[in-house]
Design a protein around this ligand. Sequence first.
Ligand SMILES: Cc1cc2nc3c(=O)[nH]c(=O)nc-3n(C[C@H](O)[C@H](O)[C@H](O)COP(=O)(O)O)c2cc1C
Length: 514
Amino acid sequence: MDNTISSTAEYYHERTKYRPDNISGHSLDWSKKPPQFKEYPGAESIRLDDKLPFSSEGPVNLRDFPSANGELSAEALARLLFFTNGVTGIMQQPGEYHYYRAAPSAGALYPTDIYLAIRNTPDIPSGIYNFHVRDHRLQRIAPVGFLPADDELFEVLSKATLGHPAIAKSDAILILSTIFLRSSWRYGQRAYRRCMLDTGHVFGNLAAYAPLEGFAATPIAGFVDKEVNDLLGLDPAKEGACVIAPLLAKDDCDVGDDFGLLRSSPYGGYEEVKEENLLNSLVTRSAIQRSSAALARALPDSSGTGRYGASKLKSYSGVTLDSPPPPLHEELRETILRRRSTRAFSGNPITLEQLGHLLEYAYRYDLAGESYETPRYFDPLLLETWVIVHAVSGLQQGTYYYSPATRELKLVGKGDYRQQTHYLALGQELASDAAFVVIHTCDLPAAVERFGDRAYRMIHLDAGHIGQRLNLAAIALELGASGIGGFFDEEVNSLLFIPEREACVYITCIGDPA
Ligand SMILES: Cc1cc2nc3c(=O)[nH]c(=O)nc-3n(C[C@H](O)[C@H](O)[C@H](O)COP(=O)(O)O)c2cc1C
């Protein structure tokens, strides 16, 4: 093992890299495929399907559908849950129906579940619920040994987040969890990466959609894991809470930016583990423990402008993009309903303006006064953005570094990289036929220094969230998009000429659909 590795996150990343010599198609045991939905037999159930804005008499005008204006109700929650991760497509497969969702998922395995802690809401008794995606209903769960009085639930969540102020102000908190087995069944130990990317995509829908109903969803990744998992009755060997998202009325959602950035317990180093224990070892090491929670505030960012791209590429020539974000807000419902991952691109070019629209929607930091509409990433500075341009009219083919703060694309390597991108994406044509490919990387040792092994979770959640915004903007512009979670990690470093400590986190392909 590389002796520069100094954390479990780096160790896990290294051991789960795809390389030409370790990737081989293995046959799947379909009899072991985990169930797509969680059932709570005997649980009190609240229907939400009859509160959706669809009618058996024909299409309704989704664009003009009235907003909840920040008032909680069963109808508002029915829509929020639907446009976050409801069923938007059904396919019949041998032996079962397959339910496609509002958010994409690697291999359509849907490891993300949503729980809801609620109080003071008409028609929904206070308590904790699991959202049953297929039936679009809430199943009330009764945590073992817990007396579910209104405020007590919220106090548990408040304590677990070390007093995050959004919890106390909120009456409805969504908790996104992941069931690792749903993904590891197919992807083995590398599944942790896809579970977090998937959950980031789901959160991306929630964060983009909530303002349409007059809410803002505040993402919290820092919490004492055991306390939240116990509250939801999750088995830590199989599943875990990843993001806590209190909903607040958008005109009363300002709680400051510094909360929620907690680091995991300071283990330092890593333990060699057997292949089959890699994922669980990362889950354990990236947890925040009550015993060390007092020390959990993350270190300030000492790297300043020293991040790889920002410092090394300062003098490179670039193009400054000035397209506004696409006017997605009014048509977000239709966009989410229409979204499907593109299965093939034509290879035809898109315009520089379209590229600008897409990146602007993914990152726009600059909507002064409308902070609830600016995407709230845990720490976007942990990620570097690279754009591999295959076919964008008005832009040379090549590899570019994108700086969201200045909207500059800096040309790093001139040339046609379609073949190399195709190869590193495990031979998927999506990567060579796309008009451009966005790659997110992270200086992993630096991220771990700030957030402990928890950093690994945060960078994948943020990359999934950015990926979802790219997907939504692409669909709104009549383009196509697809995530790529399987890639030869080190080939990405070779393509971009970046050091090994820069870990490839995620790839998104965008272009003209075939
Ligand atoms: C994290 C992630 C990784 C993905 N990786 C790939 C991939 O490598 N190749 C691919 O063709 N599709 C990939 N997809 C797209 C999924 O296959 C797709 O989301 C899933 O089949 C559900 O279909 P839908 O997105 O059309 O709803 C990925 C999606 C996500 C969210």
